[in-house]
Design a binder for this molecule. Sequence first.
Ligand code: F6P
Length: 364
Amino acid sequence: MPEVKRIGVLTGGGDSPGINAALRAIVRRAHAAGVEVIGFRDGWKGPIKGEGGPLTLEDVSGILYLGGTILGTSRTNPFEKKERNGETVWEPTEKVEAIKGNLKKQKIDALIAIGGDDTLGVAHRLREHGVKAVGIPQTIDNDIGGTDYAIGFHSALATVTDALDKLHTTAHAHHRVLIVEVMGRDSGWIAVYGGLAGGADVIIVPEGPPEGSFSVDEVEEVIRRRLKQDKRFSIVVVAEGARPRELGGKQVASGEVDAFGHVRLGGVGYWLADELKKRNLPLTPRVTVLAYLQRGGIATPFDRLLATRFGVKAVELALEGVYDVLTGLRGTEVEAVPLAQALAECPKPVDQELLRVAKAIDIG
Ligand code: F6P
């Protein structure tokens, strides 16, 4: 097994609180093993352009709690999406050669990629090109397979819960239907965990039958039922990827598509409010879109611990020569999960048990 002397690290995709805690753990664990760390800037753009430099103990001092990523991030993809015989294939572009060249130039023995399914998918595809990588899952969406939780999810959850606590008082005072749109892309993890923790009356997730994941009628029914119980307000949590049956699909913010082919979501909250206005309810609908607030702020203790454990494990896997895996939390253990397996499970659908719990306590 070749000795590992230098590890490269990059952070890609949408940021989330806890990434910096992982970087701190990586540098500290590597330092203890006498291994140098090179931090690449802005996701895969860093190794493509050769932009990066040593990440020292000093660089990672005082960043444990800090949101964002000191390395910067981007949604850069060195592969190109192609359709062949009805199948999606990712073809390497000249950027893959650039990555190989720059990793060689910087004498990188192993790479740690911290990100969501897109960033980790690139790490996996690069294996065929001789790149040895270990992945660390981070995304507020919590939609990565192979791990119970990704870094950032719990911090986003804390933000959503806090917002719902605050919105309750004003909804109650003004007798309103407050619709809260949350992120999560095509997964309802933030919606269902946040909605349950924040006491929402209706939780709408993207998961569900192909014809749609909810209907306006169902939402109206819950609000009217609550009115009969003399509850003159309602809180509705709706995931950005929720699919109204009346619309026959998702609400997109714009036609903008990123380098991985994802269209920008957003707007279902406003759409729902407009539809509810047509139903002549005695309560006025209002909308709060939590958007990027969910990705910001300090990391919760859970995320700091998870990130620290993932960072330590990622370095140890690289030292053992175990690649093409991600660090996954399974129950209470952090394990190496093959990237191929974890990626095949993406997007990880929301836990059905949580939806059952919501129904069991009469949440619509
Ligand atoms: O993947 C995290 C996420 O915040 C999603 O919930 C959301 O749909 C997306 O990123 C937004 O992406 P961008 O930062 O490109 O607007």
